[in-house]
Write a protein that binds this ligand. Structure first.
Ligand code: SIN
Length: 312
């Protein structure tokens, strides 16, 4: 039985629904080429800013028992490099290439969106949800600011784009955010960015595990899966499948991927597990997902996507 786990995001075909998340190990051309050669079905690039950034002081990432904490602070080479990398990556592989844009100002975002218009980039993921920029709030929590940003970038982007959202916890916030997003030609949302401003402490040294912001950082991995699933589910319901949802947060296995798709995701991204287990994680999750689908008699994602069953 042929099991097809391909998907389409904004009309762009992905051979499988499992790809890397923006953030980990996707900053340099060398790292992006490793992702290109891996089983990741797309090459998602690091969130870029107008100017290159060193990021926050180290240590700024730590593995935790069930995930990770990070306050990287958007270290990246500046958008011009990722514009250049897009053409190089597209020449080397047929996979979709996705740019991630995280400007410090509306003007920066406009400049970067315009620059990617003239590249072969397939999709853009706009990231107003990073919790790690010192002195800057999480933009995705301010619906007025989000509205203004989306208005500005919608006017200039000729590429299909989506928005990577921070996690929401209050049901009313989902409604407010969905209302704003529906006003613009947003093709997908990616749920969720790390859960911002956690604190991991080493009881031995009596110090935080990471240096920036007094130890505060975004929590990822297994800790966040249940909130990620809830965010995927709620936005899937609110968007009635007219705006697609990509799930990210705690995907380590085929079963994790399956749960996200059942909740309504059209694809899943892998962040912390990619750092912890290397590029073979993509093939492992894809194979496990195919096995699980075979056992259940499903042959394609549409057999179960979004079809979470109610308890009797
Ligand atoms: C970072 O570089 O701080 C992580 C990116 C993000 O949180 O969006």
């Amino acid at each position: 039985m042929k099991i097809d786990i391909s998907t389409k995001i904004a009309g762009v075909k992905f051979e499988t629904c499992v790809l890397n998340a923006s953030g980990p190990l996707d900053e340099t051309l060398k790292q992006l080429e490793i992702i290109g050669k891996s089983a990741s079905s797309g090459v998602m690039m690091k969130s870029c800013t107008l100017e290159s950034r060193e990021g926050n002081p180290k240590p700024r990432y730590a593995d935790l028992k069930y995930g990770s904490i990070n306050s990287m602070g958007l270290p990246n080479l500046g958008y011009e490099k990722y514009v250049e990398f897009t053409s190089i990556l597209k020449k080397k592989s047929k996979k979709p290439v996705i740019a991630s844009i995280c400007g410090m100002t509306a003007e920066d975002n406009i400049t970067m969106f315009k620059a990617f218009n003239n590249t072969p980039v397939d999709l853009i993921e706009f990231n107003p949800g990073s919790p790690n920029t010192i002195g800057k709030p999480i933009m995705g929590y301010n619906t007025d600011a989000l509205d203004k940003l989306l208005k500005a970038v919608s006017k200039v982007s000729k590429k299909p784009f989506g928005v990577k959202l921070p996690p929401y916890f209050d049901l009313g916030h989902y409604d407010q955010v969905a209302k704003v997003i529906k006003k613009y030609p947003v093709k997908f949302v990616t749920c969720i960015n790390s859960i911002g401003n956690g604190l991991a402490i080493d009881p031995e040294s009596e110090k935080p595990l990471i240096k920036p912001k007094g130890g505060f950082g975004g929590i990822g991995g297994r800790y966040v899966k249940f909130h990620a699933l809830a965010n995927v589910r709620r936005f899937y319901e609110l968007f009635e499948d007219k705006i697609q949802v990509i799930g990210v947060g705690g995907v380590y296995s085929g079963s994790d991927a399956f749960e996200f798709i059942l909740a309504g995701a059209s694809a899943v991204q892998i962040g912390t597990a990619f750092i912890q287990q290397g590029p073979q994680i993509f093939e492992k999750v894809q194979n496990e997902l195919r096995d699980l689908m075979r056992n259940k008699g499903y042959t394609r994602l549409s057999d179960f996507r979004g079809k979470l069953k109610p308890l009797d």
